[in-house]
Each structure stands twice: as C-alpha cells, then as structure tokens.
Design a protein around this ligand. Structure first.
Ligand SMILES: [Zn+2]
Length: 255
C-alpha cells in the first residue's frame, strides 16, 4: 500500500538528501485540512475509538535498519527547516541518534516481535490471594505531542491456578509503554494482556503518570498527574478493589 502524502523513499534518494524537501506538501495539510485550533483541542481529548494502537497494514514491511535510515533523513529535514546548521559538530549526529532511539527504544513496543513471551507456571503454593506488583516504572510517549509520559503502574491479579514470573509483569507494562500512547489505552492494553497471559479475568491496573505535554508546554502545570484504572473480574467487587488500593497506598481514608 502506498502511503498518502508521505514519501517512503529508499535511502538512495531519501537519506542522502541534505537540502529541504517538502515532499507531499501538495497533497494538503498533514492533518487533512483540520484547523490548528481543532488539532490542539483533539490533543487534549482522549476519546478512544479502539483498544488497538492504530497501525498501518504495512507497519512492518520495512525492516528496522531501513526505518532508521528514513527517519534520520526526515528528522534532518525537520532540524534544517527549523534553521539549525547540521554541519555543527554538536548537531550533526542528532538525526541518527533520534532515529535509533525511536526505533530501538522509545517505540520498540510497536513491533509484536518485541512482545515479551510469557510462560505460565502452576501455582504450586496454592496462593489464592491477590498478588500486587506496585511502582512499576512507566516511561511512555504521548501520541498527541511526542513527548514523554512518566509515572508508575500498579498491577494485580488473582491466580486462576497459574502464575507468571514477577518480572514479566514489568515487561508487559514496558512493552505497551514503548509506543506512542494515550494513558487510557495503555492501561487497557496492559489489563488485556494480563488477562490473556494469566488466563484470568481477575486483574487490576492503575497508572499514575505525569505528561510532559501538560508540564512543559500548553498549560505548563508541573504538579498534576493523571490517574487511570482498569478493574475486571473479582476486582470489580468493592472489597477486593479497596484491598488493592490499600496495598498501593490509594485507599479511601477511613474515618
Ligand atoms: Zn500530549
């Protein structure tokens, strides 16, 4: 499928360019004619159409090395358009560094090939209480502004007879975080994967995170954080939910 308005040139003509190319500008505004004001507002509106990350059908037709070469060329253009002198020693490696960071680190979780494999073990101890893994580091990227979302996730499950290695809980969080995200979708994707991996509906996920698009631009609020939660199965039961919230330090204060 041919991308619309973008040029997926091979590096032979794309990555080698030093000048400014405004490829695709004739095809109209990148946001298909929406006003700047509306685009800003949509960046604050977290209406979710779908639990799945919106990916193109040809998302993985290009291999990672080619993606890095192409992103490098395009990022060089962005810097050039901003007026930066890419012959400067400090700047000249930046396009490649950013491209490698996007593909190998920041957005690594887009590729299903990087999904952590989970092995189920029998719950030998017959431990049938909830297991809570709290304060899991969340480092994600806002898909509306391409700046970081940084915070913590608390996840819990009640074993259906099977358990997974504890570090897998962290890895599942990390995998879905390493994508352009909105926090609501990230929360639900983690909950869904926990249900699938643990073969139970009894899971809970809370994410408490600061969005750099809120703290470093726009409203510039450095104090606020955003909380999202997904409860299913036994965690929809108020007593179970409160027990989980107590363990993660978020329970209602009792009078
Ligand atoms: Zn944002």
């Amino acid at each position: 499928m041919k991308p619309n308005g973008t040029s997926l040139n091979t590096p032979s003509n794309g990555a080698a360019s030093n000048g400014i190319h405004l490829n695709g500008h004739k095809n109209g505004h990148a946001t298909h004619g929406l006003s700047d004001e509306l685009v800003d507002e949509m960046g604050d509106n977290h209406a979710l159409a779908n639990l799945e990350t919106p990916l193109r059908p040809d998302a993985f037709d290009l291999d990672d090395d080619l993606k890095i070469d192409l992103i490098e060329a395009h990022f060089r253009e962005i810097m050039t358009i901003l007026g930066l002198d890419l012959t400067d020693d400090s700047l000249k490696g930046t396009p490649r560094r950013v491209a490698k960071m996007y593909v190998n680190e920041t957005f690594k979780g887009l590729n299903p090939a990087n999904k952590p494999s989970t092995t189920l073990f029998d719950n030998k101890y017959q431990y049938n209480q909830m297991l809570v893994e709290r304060d899991i580091t969340v480092q994600s990227y806002c898909e509306h502004h391409f700046v970081p979302i940084i915070g913590k996730a608390h996840v819990a499950y009640i074993s259906s007879g099977k358990v997974i290695g504890l570090s897998k809980l962290n890895r599942i969080v990390q995998y879905y975080a390493k994508r352009p995200q909105v926090q609501e979708r990230l929360t639900m994707q983690i909950a869904d994967e926990l249900k699938r991996a643990l073969q139970t509906d009894d899971v809970a996920v809370i994410i408490d995170a600061a969005h750099l698009c809120v703290s470093t631009r726009g409203v510039n609020d450095t104090a606020s954080s955003t909380l999202t939660a997904a409860y299913s199965g036994k965690f929809e039961d108020e007593a179970t939910k409160q027990e989980f919230l107590k363990y993660v330090g978020m329970a209602k204060p009792t009078m």
